[in-house]
Design a protein around this ligand. Sequence first.
Ligand code: SME
Length: 160
Amino acid sequence: MSENLFLTPGLARADHYAELYPQLEALTTTESDLTANLANTAAALRQAFGFFWVGFYLVKADELVLGPFQGPIACTRIRRGRGVCGTSWAEARTVLVPDVEAFPGHIACSSDSKSEIVVPVFKDGAVVAVLDVDSDQLDDFDAADQAGLERLMQLAAAWF
Ligand code: SME
């Protein structure tokens, strides 16, 4: 594909994810570099949905380390089981947080972040990274985001 995303204005989120998927699939299956694919995915999600922060943390030894992202600077290392990202890694599942202040152990990289969803990336059954998406609005994520992002992260396994 070209380096432009095709995004129809005014669609429901589920339809935006459906529109985005084949474009990211085309973009990333023709590129073998992990960083390039993570970077374009973060940019595409921010461009499509206007999220406050979108990025990846990569599993490196016993920590998550900040990878490609879009948004304000963020904390660079997260221990397994810590915060929303570390919980998603430790429990190998998507964690959806409607109100970050109500999540025990949430790591506040920015006080503007109000709700969050973290989706693990699996390679050969193990978590190799997590996708973290933050919103500056409370309760901004639902089952449509979870389904759309989990489907995208199934693509991501091939990049590792
Ligand atoms: N809030 C995350 C930390 C990462 S930043 O939001 C970018 C957490 O609790 O794991």
